[in-house]
Design a protein around this ligand. Structure first.
Ligand code: NAD
Length: 511
């Protein structure tokens, strides 16, 4: 194995032009000659390459984490908490640096990148509150002279696998809680925008985290599959598309691990006739086109009741005409898509919409941009009267394409949403409290917004969808996050004195 001791490059993560793994507190090139491209999507050029780990590299990282575990587990709660507080302060004071990395590799505009970091920072703050969430319970004198209590202990080495669309926030959903509760981590970020993870690992080192507690390996399915079957890895946290989430869940659980696997989405926003249509149109545009639609909580289908559908479509398209698309550093509303291949796939849905019987109201395939011509551009697109049989409605497009589906009334709308295979987020726009309450009870979706289009729960609640948007029952962060990264031990204790002597082979009973 070759060690690469120094770092350079925009993200502070690359050695020369190649982004290396972070193992045991330093950059490590590992065994592999395989690398992948990391684009600047606004320029359409490869700006650096990233190393793809072999299973031996993953093994090296897992062993580093396993070696670090005994001492980290023994570190006092106060010590772990102090490191998290320092990490929080460093991160809060250097958000511009991280935002620049996000914009350069993902493409999202600076304001959106700062928003992503702010939501990640919330989870670091939650990790600082770890003692309150993980303290056990105590029953004194459960039987005469016998006390029963529970303690929550870390699992050991945990693996985290994250998607391209939130290169900072999704890792931050997981590793702060995993580390604060005494686990050690191997993180495999998306190979499309890997520098943010290395930047975060360096920052944690600066905050005083011992080497080996957080390791980062880069790569593709070879690295992921090595983590899923590694006998030392106790748990896997995954976020990504549904087919991969399913693969992660079945493989890792069959190898005896606890798994949280969050998948894809197709989020609906139901607009009832009594809603404030201006506010609903604002919300549909913000939630449909923020981050160029590359959000798992993006609204991708507006479900409009017939009587107000024309008016709503008019208001949405008028607002879309004011959006600017371009380089994320130039004050635009929307940046590029992640790769040319993805951009072409998204545009392909607009190609088929007409044949499927839908009508393209705003066509973003050839947008005016404030950016370089080779960037991966796709402008905001609105497609009305989308049939539910069309792939435009059924697939998770993951781009700036908003569909409108028309329904007769509330019941049709709920039935449509409940028939979707996905159940990540949904929203209802109405001024009728009764309808909103009924919706919240009846809809088969994990996160519900009432006049809120992107209902991502705050850090002290937990995040997760239903149906094909989450495999297993373990949600991310919040109280469920602390449960996931700890195992409960129940202790029954008696301090012996001579009155406890004597033989009795019966099952213990309370006295
Ligand atoms: P993806 O599923 O392609 O990749 C996610 C991770 O899995 C990456 O680290 C990738 O390297 C790895 N991976 C890819 N193919 C693999 C394979 N065949 N075997 C093993 N590992 C593999 O997802 P993406 O394109 O990076 O991210 C977008 C997807 O993530 C969308 O579907 C989006 O809805 C979803 N997402 C969901 C949530 C949520 O909270 N539910 C949040 C963000 C993103």
């Amino acid at each position: 194995m070759t060690d690469t001791q120094t770092a350079s490059g925009a993200a502070g993560a690359a050695t020369g032009e190649t982004i290396e793994h972070w193992i045991d507190g330093r950059l490590v090139a590992g065994y592999s000659e395989r690398t992948g491209p990391v684009y600047d999507p606004a320029l359409g050029v490869v700006q650096r390459r990233v190393r793809f780990a072999t299973s031996e590299d993953v093994d090296t990282a897992v062993h580093a984490a396993a070696r670090a575990f005994p001492a980290w587990r023994e570190a006092s709660i106060a010590k772990r908490q102090q490191i998290m507080f320092r990490f929080r302060e460093l991160l809060a004071s250097r958000t511009d640096e991280l935002a620049a990395i996000l914009t350069s590799e993902h493409g999202k505009v600076t304001g959106d990148a700062l928003g992503e970091i702010a939501r990640g920072l919330e989870v670091v703050e939650l990790a600082c509150a770890m003692p309150g969430y993980t303290k056990g319970e105590y029953s004194e004198n459960a039987s005469t002279g016998v006390d029963v209590y529970t303690v929550r202990q870390p699992l050991g080495v945990v693996g985290i696998i994250s998607p391209f669309n939130f290169p900072a926030m999704v890792p931050l959903w997981f590793f702060p809680l995993a580390i604060a509760t005494g686990n050690t981590v191997v993180l495999k970020p998306s190979e499309k925008d890997p520098s943010a993870a290395i930047w975060l690992a360096r920052l944690l080192q600066e905050a005083g985290l011992p080497d080996g507690v957080l390791n980062v390996v880069h790569g593709d399915r070879i690295a992921v599959d090595a983590l899923l079957v590694h006998p030392t890895v106790r748990a896997i946290s995954f976020v990504g598309s549904t087919p991969i989430a399913q693969h992660i869940y079945s493989t890792a659980t069959s190898h005896g691990k606890r798994v949280q696997a969050l998948g894809g989405a197709k989020n609906h926003m139901l607009v009832l006739p009594d809603a404030d249509l201006d506010l609903a149109a604002d919300a549909a545009v913000n939630a449909g086109f923020g981050s160029a639609g590359e959000r798992c909580m993006a609204i991708s289908a507006v479900v409009a009741v017939d009587s107000i559908a024309d008016e709503l479509v008019g208001k949405i398209s008028e607002r879309m005409s004011r959006l600017t698309t371009g380089d994320g550093t130039r004050g635009c509303d929307m940046g590029p898509l992640i790769t040319r291949e993805h951009r072409d796939k998204v545009a392909g849905y607009v190609d088929v919409a007409g044949d499927d019987g839908a009508s393209v109201v705003v066509d973003g395939r050839d947008p005016e941009v404030n950016g370089e011509p080779d960037g991966f551009w796709m402008g905001p697109t609105l497609i009305d009267r989308v049939p539910t049989s069309s792939s435009v409605y059924r697939d998770e497009i993951f781009g700036p394409v908003l569909s409108v589906v028309r329904v007769e009334g509330y019941q049709d709308g709920v039935d449509l949403i409940n028939a979707s295979r996905y159940g990540n987020g949904t929203a209802i726009f109405t001024n009728d409290g009764g309808a909103a309450r009924r919706f919240q009870r009846e809809v088969t979706v994990g996160m519900v917004g009432i006049n809120v289009p992107i209902p991502v729960p705050v850090a002290y609640h937990s995040f997760g969808g239903w149906k094909d948007s989450l495999f297993g029952n373990a949600k991310a962060y919040g109280p469920r996050g602390f449960d996931f990264y700890t195992q409960e031990k129940a202790v029954t204790s008696r301090w012996l004195d001579p009155s406890h002597g004597g033989l009795n082979l019966g099952f213990p009973q309370h006295e």
